[in-house]
Design a binder for this molecule. Sequence first.
Ligand SMILES: Cc1cc2nc3c(=O)[nH]c(=O)nc-3n(C[C@H](O)[C@H](O)[C@H](O)COP(=O)(O)O)c2cc1C
Length: 190
Amino acid sequence: MVSVQENLISRRSIYRFENTPVQRDCLERAFEAARHAPCHKQTHPWRFYVLGKQARARIVDVVENLSREKSMRLGEIDVEKMVEKARSKILAPPRLIAVTTVRTIGDSVRDEEDYAATVCALHNMVLSLWDQGIGCQWSTGSITRDPAVYSMLEVQESEQRVIGFLKVGYPAVIPEREKKAMDGIRFYLD
Ligand SMILES: Cc1cc2nc3c(=O)[nH]c(=O)nc-3n(C[C@H](O)[C@H](O)[C@H](O)COP(=O)(O)O)c2cc1C
């Protein structure tokens, strides 16, 4: 186990995973970290849906349709190759988790604060997994807005918003990332 600071600094988004399964107790430890995230007014607006085989198969259908539509719109030559790539993005990670935030329609302040809180919870989870040697990639895009995804998760768009999918697994490769220098991000004002 490394220091908190080392854990924060060493974490990277992971795009290629080993086939090794991620056990449920590792996820449970991460959800425990997630549920201790800060939230204003004690709203606890985060929800996590761990997608099993059948749920993933349903998501793949949605992704396939989106990818085919997009490839045709962009005039891709090899549409099927693009579709296969999109399918593998959903099927390849050892675990796939949909993350939603509870909505408060008509209260934009609450909505924004709850989104911020859910991001904190999501990142608590990512960091807890990283501490266990497990990597994640947060994935957004049109899939988070497709009505078919909401109906697959059995959530109402008026009640919860899908903020992304977390792909989870043991890293096959840890990419390097250049980060913005300290001088460009922090300013001490007199
Ligand atoms: C709100 C948010 C959405 C993201 N969506 C995607 C995505 O759709 N696809 C992707 O490959 N990476 C996505 N990422 C990961 C970022 O690309 C990644 O965090 C960034 O490149 C910095 O790398 P690092 O996480 O290793 O520090 C997302 C990250 C955030 C915070």
